[in-house]
Design a protein around this ligand. Structure first.
Ligand code: AMP
Length: 456
């Protein structure tokens, strides 16, 4: 295959070239070089490519190119049936794939939309009912819409399964099968997966028709632009070790750092701990609402949050353009998650750093599984936690009570207490008639206090 050096060489429509030029795309990435001509030619494609390689454009651009002849300005929903369907495992990935497709389609006249669960279905319903040619969806919510007759899938010409391995991991196979039955038998099918397990090969065999295989990296490998380091620490030293790494010059310059943990509880707890140490940190996990996740992600992208602590599911598909460092605070239980986690950095040819904290003994088995998956052996470096500690972290915050502001002087309080007798009380009540309003208000409280003391 000849190496394309420009997008124009693929013969893409001027409206698409205009959009990607505005986005700063100049040279196609390797997966784009391989996949775009195949998809344009109408072939089924199995893409073994991890996120960050430019795979969205590798199917998105030719997909739009093939639909451009159907673009129209009619107001009738019937003229805008779903013609391309992209299924993704998570809301975040759906959102990001859609964001890209929407940008690529900006000048084509094709309508795009995105539907996923966890948010109000009604707004999505209105969009679908108006008609949309390119639909990005998570499987469950798409089926809800089909059941509610908000959309029909009988005119789908191209279907894409994105991050298919994760869809299987998340148990979406039954939903995917249901959706595929709703599509015309004659269609173009594309499937992308970061890893290439036997289950994925089986799904590909059922789902794709005589597929062409495109591969940009060797099986289950991690991007070459990512430097990986592994540090041995005792479980009780992990927080200190993380603080040291964050302070270390390796991470010093990093605007954004993604830290992975294995559970939601650990996720919340670690983000809170980091905040207590004065680090701008937040957590992203499955218990957060979609709105909360979007806000957290936005703050992270803008650099308001420096460290984002995430679980695997929540971080799936996150596309943060400038993510220089990923830290595995916990070694993942599943070796393939390691590939996905560190694939968040070193994207689109940029340099990335992936650091992993490992507890010798407890994590040994999982680390060995990762090594055999990525076909590399880590150099195990013992992290001397205390000697790495820098003073710049500052002391823990100690609670200091607010200073007491003296109340304006009142002789009543300043004079020593002398037990009063009935006359004194009468005198006090008589004089109160001349006391200004401010002091009148104060008196009853004082009287109640003294009254309590005087009660015999
Ligand atoms: P993806 O693998 O599709 O998630 O893409 C990763 C990132 O690379 C996204 O931010 C894309 O916008 C960007 N990207 C994709 N293709 C290109 C390209 N040819 N030139 C520059 N950036 C690209």
């Amino acid at each position: 295959m000849t190496q394309q050096t420009s997008f124009a060489a693929f013969g893409l429509h001027e409206s698409i070239i205009r959009a990607i030029t505005e986005m700063g795309y100049e040279t196609p990435t390797p997966i784009q070089v391989q996949a775009i001509p195949l998809v344009l030619a109408g072939s089924d494609v199995m893409g073994a490519a991890q996120t960050g390689t430019g795979k969205t454009a590798s199917f998105g651009l030719p997909l739009l190119e093939r639909l451009i002849p159907t673009a129209n300005t009619s107001m009738s929903p019937a003229r805008h049936p779903v013609r391309a369907l992209v299924l993704t495992p998570t809301r975040e990935l759906a959102d990001q794939v859609h964001e890209n497709l929407e940008a690529y389609a900006k000048y084509t006249g094709l309508r795009t939309a995105c539907v996923f669960g966890g948010v109000d279905i009604r707004t999505q319903q209105d969009t679908l009912r108006r008609g949309v040619e390119v639909l990005v969806a998570t499987p469950g919510r798409l089926l809800d819409h089909v059941e509610q007759r908000n959309t029909v899938l009988s005119q789908v010409q191209i279907v894409v399964l994105d991050e298919a391995d994760r869809m299987l991991d998340m148990g979406f196979l039954p939903d995917i099968s249901k959706i595929l039955k709703l599509l015309p038998a004659k269609r173009q099918s594309l499937m992308f997966s970061a890893t290439f397990s036997p289950e994925i090969k089986k799904l590909a065999a059922n789902f794709l028709n005589n597929p062409k295989l495109v591969e940009v990296a060797r099986e289950n490998s991690t991007a070459k632009t990512i430097t990986q380091k592994l540090f041995e620490v005792h479980d009780s030293e992990k927080v200190d070790a993380l603080l040291d790494l964050l302070d270390d010059e390796m991470c010093d310059e990093a605007k954004n750092i993604l830290v992975f943990v294995n559970s939601k509880i650990a996720c919340r707890r670690l983000a809170r701990t980091l905040t207590q140490y004065g680090i701008e940190a937040d957590a992203i996990h499955g218990d957060k609402t979609q709105d909360e996740r979007i806000k957290t992600l936005e703050a992270f992208k803008q650099g308001k949050v420096r460290v984002l602590v995430a679980t695997d599911v929540a971080a799936r598909g996150l596309d943060i353009a400038d993510l220089p460092v990923v830290i595995n605070y916990d070694v993942p239980f599943n070796a393939e998650d390691y590939v996905h986690r560190i694939g968040r950095t070193g994207r689109a040819g940029m340099k990335g750093l992936a650091l992993t904290l490992m507890c010798p003994g407890a994590d040994e088995k999982n680390v060995t599984a990762i090594e055999s998956l990525i076909k590399e052996r880590f150099k195990r470096v013992r992290l001397d936690v205390s000697s790495h500690r820098r003073p710049s972290r500052g002391p823990r915050k100690v609670y200091t009570p607010p200073p007491v502001t003296p109340v304006s002087s009142d002789p009543f309080f300043d004079e020593p207490y002398v037990p009063s007798h009935p006359e004194a009380q009468t005198e006090s009540s008589q004089s109160s008639q001349k006391t200004p309003l401010k002091d009148q208000k104060k008196k009853p409280r004082v009287a109640a206090l003294l009254g309590g003391l005087m009660r015999r």
